[in-house]
Design a protein around this ligand. Structure first.
Ligand SMILES: *Cc1c(COP(=O)(O)O)cnc(C)c1O
Length: 224
């Protein structure tokens, strides 16, 4: 599997300046990331804090690091100084902790709110009610060190593409509704992070602005 060729193929498929390809490099060695970096990619996603900080230290500093996995509050402090975007904000308490750590390091940290769209119990995320309540709360307006730049969702792990499409479509409509119906402090809804190796084509058709691609770029995962 040639990483540079895979990237070219993806760039041809996406063919859209308003969609960002995020290379999900979890479990992959820094050599693989460098190969993708040299082929022109700057956005990389990781799902574990320790792996993310280790790779940040070893790799070029103009890489934009995306935290895409479930994030525990006590680990926010390790990534607050450098993370480009946290995709997986799924609770009010986590958002408050990110704000607190952002204040400590003097940064405004970009976040996506993760919405539970899958018909599976196992995926993290806010319900529509929780999301709307959070966005409209006075406490949210008072947070000075976070900026919500959009939404993220993960579809059900199924081969049924129609079901996946319905879930992405629902998220797209929710995203559009928030953009048109609400004036929000601390939020500029412009990114819709949805789609992975198995369902990115459907996600693109449903209006994704960020696809998170791992195995289709780097080959199947090396578990460790
Ligand atoms: C691993 C992961 C991906 C990428 O998965 P692939 O199927 O390898 O493309 C995308 N998003 C999240 C949140 C992940 O944990």
């Amino acid at each position: 599997m040639n990483i540079a060729e895979n990237i070219k193929r993806f760039e041809n498929i996406i063919q859209n300046d308003s969609c960002t390809l995020i290379a999900v490099s979890k479990t992959k060695p820094v050599e693989d990331i460098l190969e993708a970096y040299e082929a022109g990619l700057k956005d990389f996603g990781e799902n574990k804090v320790q792996e993310l900080t280790e790779k940040f230290e070893q790799l070029p500093k103009d890489i934009r690091w995306h935290m895409i996995g479930h994030l525990q509050r006590n680990k926010v402090k390790y990534i607050a100084s450098f993370v480009h975007l946290i995709h997986s904000v799924d609770s009010w308490r986590l958002l408050k902790e990110i704000n607190k750590q952002g204040e400590k390091v003097g940064r405004t940290i970009n976040c996506l709110l993760q919405v539970h769209i899958a018909r599976e119990e196992t995926k993290f995320g806010l319900s529509e009610e929780e999301l709307l309540e959070l966005l409209q709360s006075p406490e949210f307006a008072a947070l000075g060190h976070i900026q919500v730049t959009g939404l993220m969702g993960m579809a059900t792990n199924t081969e049924n593409l129609e079901r996946i499409r319905e879930e992405f479509h629902y998220l797209r409509e929710l995203f559009d509704r928030i953009r048109t119906d609400y004036t929000l402090p601390n939020a500029e809804m412009k990114e819709l992070s949805m789609g992975m190796s198995s369902d990115y084509l459907t996600a693109l058709e449903e209006g994704s602005t960020m696809v998170r691609i791992g195995s289709a770029l780097f080959g199947s995962r090396n578990y460790h």
